[in-house]
Design a protein around this ligand. Sequence first.
Ligand code: FMN
Length: 255
Amino acid sequence: MTRGFIYGLDYIPRRRSIRQYNDKPVTEELIEELVDFLSQLEPPQGGIDWNFDTLPYTDMVSIAAIEPGVKAPYYLVLRAERKNFSLQNSGYIGEMAALWLCSKGLGSCWLGSIRVTADFPDTLPYVASVAFGYADEPWRTDLDGIRRKPLNRMTIGDFSGPKGEIAEAVRLAPSSVNSQPVFLLSRGNKIHIFRKYVPFKIPVLSYMQCIDTGVAMAHIHVAGSKYYNVVFGQQIPEPQWGKKIYQSTASLEDK
Ligand SMILES: Cc1cc2nc3c(=O)[nH]c(=O)nc-3n(C[C@H](O)[C@H](O)[C@H](O)COP(=O)(O)O)c2cc1C
């Protein structure tokens, strides 16, 4: 997969949303490294145009409708053409950035609430942002008190061994208002990924939960790559699980 990335659960338990940043400058070299890291990512669904920017606070303020709820030295601005699965791809890219930043000692926080009204002309549609910078707040060290549902409420099938690590990585994934909308169904060497049924198809909820799904897929990729080549694809016919919405399947192939 990704050059320079540490596989497994190294940073997944440590990451948490950081909403207070200190003044330690983020160097240009680090921004360049982040740009290089993101530029070589292959999001789960090919054929969807995407791009991103890393903007300092003042530039973010100038494109946003109102001041961002989280004040940070930098913002990763994610954009993608409007196509089926582009929000999931953006979730994947942004969360890869969050884990990469964590590995470099920087905190981050997804911001789904920012509305961008004055983006650069002729660029792709705005999706969401991730605030980032250095922080004095500690990383997460204790998973006991974490506000997450138990594994048995988000999985069906055999999740023993490495698959258990993958499911735990999804359990720890950030999600909009901590909604934890992703469900996993284990079959053979595959994990089918679903998201929660949204009553009345409330657009803002569906939008956020598509991004949440991509975030969870980044965690599947990072955790699963310790043991397997993780390959995402859509199964036909689509696997079914009640009213839940099928998203994708992770095939766990021998390395
Ligand atoms: C797509 C997405 C959008 C989010 N939007 C916001 C936001 O607008 N403001 C905010 O403070 N946190 C936001 N969050 C962070 C979540 O509230 C946070 O991930 C969740 O409460 C779990 O906490 P943790 O990240 O510390 O594990 C968002 C997370 C995701 C994945």
